[in-house]
Design a protein around this ligand. Structure first.
Ligand SMILES: Cc1cc2nc3c(=O)[nH]c(=O)nc-3n(C[C@H](O)[C@H](O)[C@H](O)COP(=O)(O)OP(=O)(O)OC[C@H]3O[C@@H](n4cnc5c(N)ncnc54)[C@H](O)[C@@H]3O)c2cc1C
Length: 388
């Protein structure tokens, strides 16, 4: 057993950190946060250096690396800045559906443009009446000859107002419930597709969210992703990857907040000494460092399991279990750690000047999206009770 990253992985992590430290300025982050603005130029710059989806196959614009390498990049990005890091990480949300289940033509059409930073994507699962419970959906797709007609509404969808394509989960056979759901890829500008931007978000405001309405949206049979009526099961596989990645994002944000708190504790003087000399502060920092490291190892293990899933012969339940554990533990740990980091900053943490309040707002969503942490616990219990 060897817990060390290899040379290439260390180099990727170092390069991602160097890039982020140069390009992710507080000014840009604060502007994107205040104006609900996606940092498009930064996304393109990151893509030019190969930081967007290095796990895509080389023929589709990636570097043929693993999910672990991708998460090392996002961890560093989120460490340097929570708002910009989350937005860059989220920009390709939904693309992995195509990587996993798309046809060669679909992969060729969309993935290289995502990897180059030219395209943003969305994955549309959630509906106004179906959040945690997607066993049935109100968005329906009906077959008409060689076409499918989609009707319904998806909400909270990340990137929707600026996405170039959307992978959408639809009910294709209502009687079969979750066994009758299918995925389709829909291009922006398709007739009948309407997107409204949702404002007033607490954090992660450099990611733009929207509600999508499908009014008789007509797509050809070539837009079907994966197998007909297997969309729910494809989504479970997709979410395993996503949950591990959210874990990595959370570890990055927690590490960034921790480092800021450690530095501040050595500078802030009260009662004639730096506050880092008080045991209460030392213990907080020690607990934070320990929990972040435990979360990081769980996320890396989940990524390693995903990357080696065929040789490890893990069952789908075993994979889901480790990915849900990584998301649950890393995001709960990060929320706790960032709360403590803010506490170490005292009143100064409550104002914008030190960016801690932004980390505090940004981290909170990680316990909610891609399956709430209550749903992760349900999944983990389901897996362990079946012996996975
Ligand atoms: C900023 C943001 C970005 C998002 N991006 C996307 C996106 O890109 N694509 C997409 O499809 N969706 C997206 N979502 C939606 C997100 O995944 C859902 O909000 C989430 O799955 C929860 O659904 P809900 O909000 O309807 O809450 P509900 O399902 O209504 O849950 C409400 C509460 O009840 C709890 N609960 C529900 N069922 C159970 C149960 N069985 N056991 C225990 N507790 C339960 C939940 O944990 C939660 O605490 C996004 C949401 C936000 C806020």
């Amino acid at each position: 057993m060897d817990f060390r990253l290899n040379e290439e992985q260390m180099e990727i992590k170092r390069a991602a950190r160097e890039f982020a430290e140069k390009e992710f300025t507080s000014e840009l982050a604060r502007r994107c946060d205040e104006k609900h603005e996606f940092p498009r130029d930064l996304y393109k710059k990151a893509a030019k250096l190969g930081f967007i989806c290095p796990h895509f196959d080389e023929e589709y614009g990636g570097q043929g690396l693993g999910f672990l390498e991708t998460i090392l990049v996002f961890e560093e990005f989120c460490r340097v800045d929570s708002t910009l890091g989350e937005a860059i990480h989220m920009a390709s949300f939904g693309s992995d559906y195509l990587l996993l289940f798309g046809t060669t033509d679909q992969k060729k059409k969309y993935l290289p443009k995502v990897a180059k930073g030219e395209y943003l994507s969305s994955g549309a699962i959630t509906e106004p009446n179906h959040g945690s419970d997607i066993l049935t959906l109100d968005t329906v797709a009906k077959k008409e000859g060689d076409y499918w007609i989609i009707n319904g509404t998806k909400t909270f969808i990340s990137n929707a107002p600026i996405a170039d394509f959307i992978v959408v989960l639809c009910q294709t056979n209502p009687e079969l419930k979750h066994r009758g759901q299918t995925l389709f890829v829909v291009d922006k500008g398709t007739e009948g597709l309407d997107v409204t931007q949702l404002k007033g978000k607490m954090g992660t405001r450099a990611t733009i969210n929207g509600e999508i309405s499908f009014d008789n949206v007509r797509v050809s049979k070539d837009a079907l992703v994966g197998e007909e009526n297997k969309g729910f099961y494809h989504t479970l596989t997709f979410l395993d990857i996503r949950r591990m990645m959210i874990g990595g994002v959370a570890v990055g944000m927690a590490q960034g907040a921790f480092e800021r708190a450690l530095k501040y504790s050595k500078q802030r003087v009260q009662f004639g000494r730096p506050i880092s000399k008080f045991q209460a502060i030392q213990h907080k920092l020690a607990d934070m460092a320990t929990k972040i490291e435990a979360a990081r190892q769980l996320v890396y293990k989940a990524a390693w399991c995903l990357d080696n899933r065929s040789s490890l012969s893990l069952s789908p339940r075993e994979l889901s279990k480790i990915c849900s554990m990584a998301k649950l533990f890393a995001t709960d740990t990060a929320v706790e750690t960032i709360t403590e980091a803010l506490q170490i900053f005292g009143g100064y943490g409550y104002f914008k000047d030190y960016d801690l309040e932004r980390y505090y707002r940004d981290i909170r969503i990680t316990q909610i999206y891609e399956g709430t942490n209550e749903i992760q616990r349900n999944t983990i219990f389901g897996c362990i009770s079946e012996g996975a």
